[in-house]
Design a protein around this ligand. Sequence first.
Ligand SMILES: [Ca+2]
Length: 180
Amino acid sequence: WFGKPSFAVTEVWVIKWSEGTQAKLHITLQRAAAMKFQILAALFFLLLAVNEAKVYQKCELVRILRDEGLDDYYGYSLGNWICMAYHESRYNSRAVGRPNSDGSIDYGIFQINSRWWCSNGKGRTANGCRKSCSSFENDDIRDDIECAKRIVRDPNRMGAWVAWRKNCEGRNLAEWTAGC
Ligand SMILES: [Ca+2]
């Protein structure tokens, strides 16, 4: 067996080896693809969860507004605030309204207006609350409450909220805080 080397055997071995490697590589790539898909799916659902609006329960909102001192603020009982928030945003802290006739936009649970109370970087604003409107699009509504207090200190009082004038003003609002 010191004769000439058997290339054929070596070739077959090399081919088998490369086939085996390819098969392994193929499986590895398939697993990587499956894993990539799983990661993308997880990210997708995470984003979905992040984008999901925070819709407050009535009594949850009653408790927060009470804690933040809105009950009887400027003489308006809690029922006024809950009724207003319901008709403005359905208690959705991320509600963003369609543009108003003047091009301004209303933001958040109290639908705070970009022409007068916050800046969205588009068009004129008095920015009475000295806030970016984006701060009224998140689930932390303490700054929204601060701005609502500023709004009601203005001469229009709660009349600033059209939905309040239409649906809450002068009505018996006891039901809005009942059972909380
Ligand atoms: Ca906020």
